[in-house]
Design a protein around this ligand. Structure first.
Ligand code: PMP
Length: 390
């Protein structure tokens, strides 16, 4: 029996660039002590107070079907948080609660793309982007950025491929590069979207992890609110990756249609999870800052560890829980470097090639283990690079 090409094509065939990751997992299963600096998962767990709120809500009876678009009170809390962060009026009717940011990315593309439409995204990119686009029957098209312009897309590059495209997906602060888009870049993006009538899907799940400068949500730029769908999540801001709770913020009429989609797909997010998310947001920005603090600290430690040598250079990033390192000075590609590092030092990092063409010759290091072990691993990585440099 044949399956739909929509589902069999999600991965696009070929290697998905996660070979090193899976090899590391196999080594761990076989008993090898591997230091994993691969995926975006905090080394702390969800705060016990949030779990208490979750338990209290469940014991209190919020275990039945919850309102499909999200509880009115969580939608209001998310809207108020967005209004506070961005200064832009936002109502609960602008918000759909989703089972995490990933489901929000899928729903957003489903909302704006017809079968066969071109959906643009920026390379380097978070690994699921092309598959998410293929999953809704659209055709992914990458806009390749360059290391020497700090991986920021230009209006000209978007314009060059915009003809006939339906949407553009951006991510700032960015995974994998850690780059935070400048106001100039966002103005260029906004102009290109308006000129070419593109929907903008703005993935802002790292909005609490900004180490320098400020995060600007493109929804706040003139003429953009009516064409922007913002993707948000509790995963990174509150160490709630496993709770699967996020949102889409967009124009009310789009949210109404997205609620119909949710009725026919997820049927909403568990009520006790939503209550826990509402409690967590209610704890305010200090809690978000505390969850982000270890990454801010480790980024400073990383830059210090890299001083006084130039075989490895850090991409001068301003946000997110990763550092991207330029390892072209070793003469190796990111794939070979990551694979050899795993074999020689039992340290697992992601090759830049896992995130598209633009990050070839780089590796992404997730700063997601305790400081001492992190710095020890980083120093071994630096020595390894020097031993292999030609
Ligand atoms: N967008 C980006 C850029 C991410 O890095 C991630 C998770 N790593 C997500 C979206 C999805 O996160 P979640 O589904 O846990 O909210």
């Amino acid at each position: 029996m044949e399956l739909s090409t929509r589902i069999t094509n999600i991965t696009g065939g070929g290697s998905d660039g996660w070979d090193v990751f899976y090899k590391a997992r196999r080594m761990i299963a076989a008993g090898t002590d591997v230091t994993e600096l691969t995926i975006g998962e905090h080394d702390i767990r969800t705060h016990p107070d949030i779990l208490d709120a979750m338990y209290g809500a469940a014991v209190g009876g919020h275990t039945g079907y919850a309102e499909v678009p999200g509880t009115e009170s969580l939608r209001a809390a998310v809207a108020a948080r967005i209004a506070w962060h961005t200064g832009m009026a936002t109502s609960p009717n602008n918000i759909l609660i989703t089972p995490g940011g990933q489901a929000a990315l899928f729903a957003a593309h489903n909302a704006v793309c017809n079968h066969g439409d071109t959906a643009l995204f920026i390379d380097p990119y978070y690994a699921t982007y092309p598959g998410t686009i293929r999953g809704v029957g659209a055709v992914p098209k990458a806009i390749v950025t360059k290391p020497d312009t700090l991986f920021q897309p230009t209006g000209a590059a978007i314009t060059a491929v915009a003809k006939g495209a339906k949407s553009l997906l951006i991510n700032t602060p960015n995974n994998p590069t850690g780059i935070v888009y400048s106001r100039e870049t966002l103005n260029d993006i906004a102009k290109a979207c308006i000129d070419h009538d593109l929907w903008l899907i703005s993935d802002e799940v790292y909005d609490t992890q900004v180490w320098e400068g400020t995060h600007i949500s493109p929804r706040t730029l003139p003429g953009m609110a009516e064409r922007t769908l913002v993707i948000g999540s509790m995963s990174k801001s509150h160490a709630m990756t496993g709770s699967r709770v996020g949102w889409i913020c967009g124009p009310c009429h789009v949210i109404t249609h997205l609620a119909n989609l949710a009725t026919h797909t997820t049927y909403g997010v568990p009520g006790y999870i939503q209550d826990a998310a509402e409690f967590a947001i209610g704890q305010g920005a200090d809690v978000e800052e505390a969850v982000a603090a270890p990454f801010r600290r480790r980024r400073t430690l990383t830059l210090k560890a890299l001083e006084g040598q130039n075989v490895i250079r850090a991409v001068p990033a301003q946000g997110a829980m990763y550092v991207m390192l330029d390892i072209r000075g070793t003469g190796m590609g990111g794939d070979t470097f990551a694979d050899s590092l795993l074999d020689a030092e039992h340290i697992a990092v992601m090759p830049g090639e896992s995130f598209g063409k633009a990050a070839a010759g780089h590796i992404r290091v997730a700063m997601t283990i305790d400081d001492d072990n992190y710095i020890a691993a980083l120093n071994r990585l630096i020595s390894f690079a020097h031993s292999r440099a030609q």
